[in-house]
Design a protein around this ligand. Structure first.
Ligand code: NAD
Length: 332
C-alpha cells in the first residue's frame, strides 16, 4: 500500500485527496497547507493529520508526495521530496521559471523515473484513444493539429497573480498534449493574445484569449486556441488531420439527450469544468503513477515532459510580447 503525503489542499489538492483515498493500492497519510484552516478541513474529512510540509516530506512512514501547492513552490518541493527518497506526483507546471525547472531537472536527474508531472489530459480516455489510433497509423502522416481549450469562467485575480500567465498556467496542458500527439517538439512558436474578458487580467500583464501556431521540422502545423471564458461550459476538443484521414475528439456533454423540435436541435452543454470533465483522467493518472512506482517502472509523464511543455510556454510568452516568432532552439 502506497502511503501518500499531500501538499496543497486547495481546488486540485482536494480532488487528489479523494482519488488517493479511493484507490485500492494507496492511502492518504497526511496533508499540509500554509492555509491551516484549509489543511485542517481536508485532514478532518479524511481522518488524517495536518502537518507542516517539511514534516510530511521527511516522514519515514510516507512513500510518495503529491504536490498540489501553488506553482512557485513546485521545484523546491520536488527537490526536497527527492532528497528524502519519495516518489512524486507534481501538478503542472513544473515551475514559473524555465531556468529553475531545468535546474530542478538537473538536481534530481538520478530519481527522474519516480517523478511524474500531472498532465492529466493524456489520461483522458478519448484523447488516449486518439493517440492510440494515430500510433496505429489509422490516418497516415500527421499534418495539421488543432486543439481547442476554453474554460467556462476565468479564475479569481488572486490565482491569476500567482499563475505565471495563461501560457504557463493554462495552455501548458495543450503544449504537453501537442508534444504527446505529435511525438516531437516544434521548431517555431508564434503567439497572439489579448485580455478581452476581464480588464483586471490585462492589468496583471496577462491575457485571457490566445492563439498559438507551431511549426515542426517537416512543416506540419499545430494550432492551439485558448480562452478563459466560454459561456456554454468547458470546451475541450482535439482535431488532427493526416494524409489518410481525420481524427476528432469531441466534448463530453452533461447528458446525451438531444431534443429536436420545429425550433431547432438542442443538446446538453459540455461538462462544466476540469473537476467534472477530467475526473476519469485524474483517476487514470493516479493509477498510472501508483502502478509505475509499485512495479518499479519509469513514470509515464516525466519531469522532462514538464520542462519541455514549459519551454513552449516560455516561447509563446516571448512571442506574444515581441510580436515575433520564436525558434525553440533559442531558449531550449
Ligand atoms: N491538472 C490540472 O488540471 C490542474 C487544475 C488546477 C490546478 N492545477 C495546478 O495545481 C496547483 C494548485 O492549483 P489550485 O487550483 O489547487 O490552487 P489553489 O490556490 O486552490 O490551491 C493551492 C494551495 O497551495 C497552498 N500553498 C501555497 N504555497 C504553499 C506552501 N509553501 N506550502 C503548503 N501549501 C502551500 C495554498 O495555501 C493553497 O491552499 C497549481 O500549480 C495549478 O497549476 C492543475
Amino acid at each position: 500500500m502506497m502511503r501518500v503525503g499531500l501538499l496543497g489542499t486547495g481546488r486540485i489538492g482536494s480532488l487528489h485527496a479523494e482519488t488517493i483515498a479511493a484507490h485500492p493500492a494507496s492511502v492518504l497519510h497526511s496533508v499540509s497547507d500554509i492555509d491551516s484552516e484549509s489543511a485542517n478541513i481536508l485532514a478532518a474529512k479524511h481522518n488524517v493529520d495536518a502537518k507542516p510540509a517539511d514534516e510530511v516530506i521527511s516522514d519515514p512512514n510516507i512513500d510518495a508526495i503529491l504536490i498540489a501547492t501553488s506553482t512557485d513552490t513546485h521545484s523546491d518541493f520536488i527537490e526536497k521530496a527527492t532528497s528524502e527518497g519519495k516518489a512524486i506526483l507534481c501538478e503542472k507546471p513544473v515551475d514559473l521559471s524555465l531556468n529553475r525547472a531545468k535546474e530542478c531537472l538537473f538536481n534530481v536527474r538520478a530519481s527522474k523515473d519516480r517523478i511524474m508531472i500531472g498532465f492529466n489530459r493524456r489520461f483522458d480516455p478519448n484523447f488516449a484513444q486518439l493517440k492510440k489510433s494515430l500510433d496505429s497509423d489509422d490516418i497516415g502522416k500527421r499534418e495539421l493539429l488543432t486543439i481547442t481549450s476554453f474554460d467556462p469562467t476565468p479564475p479569481p485575480i488572486s490565482y491569476v497573480k500567482k499563475s505565471g500567465g495563461l501560457y504557463r498556467d493554462m495552455m501548458i496542458h495543450d503544449f504537453d498534449l501537442s508534444n504527446f500527439i505529435m511525438d516531437e517538439l516544434p521548431e517555431t512558436i508564434s503567439a497572439v493574445g489579448h485580455s478581452l474578458i476581464n480588464p483586471e487580467i490585462g492589468l496583471e500583464g496577462d491575457v485571457d484569449t490566445a492563439v498559438v501556431t507551431m511549426v515542426y521540422a517537416d512543416g506540419k502545423i499545430a494550432v492551439i486556441k485558448n480562452s478563459r471564458r466560454a459561456v456554454y461550459g468547458y470546451d475541450q476538443r482535439i482535431e488532427i488531420l493526416g494524409s489518410e484521414g481525420l481524427l476528432q475528439a469531441e466534448n463530453i456533454t452533461e447528458n446525451s439527450v438531444v431534443k429536436s423540435t420545429k425550433a431547432g436541435v438542442l443538446s446538453a452543454k459540455p461538462k462544466y469544468f476540469f473537476l467534472e470533465r477530467y475526473i476519469d483522467a485524474f483517476k487514470a493518472e493516479w493509477d498510472a503513477f501508483v502502478r509505475s512506482i509499485h512495479y518499479d517502472k519509469p513514470v509515464p509523464v516525466t519531469l522532462e515532459d514538464g520542462v519541455a511543455a514549459l519551454a513552449l510556454a516560455e516561447a509563446a510568452t516571448q512571442s506574444q510580447k515581441t510580436g515575433k516568432s520564436v525558434q525553440l532552439k533559442e531558449i531550449f
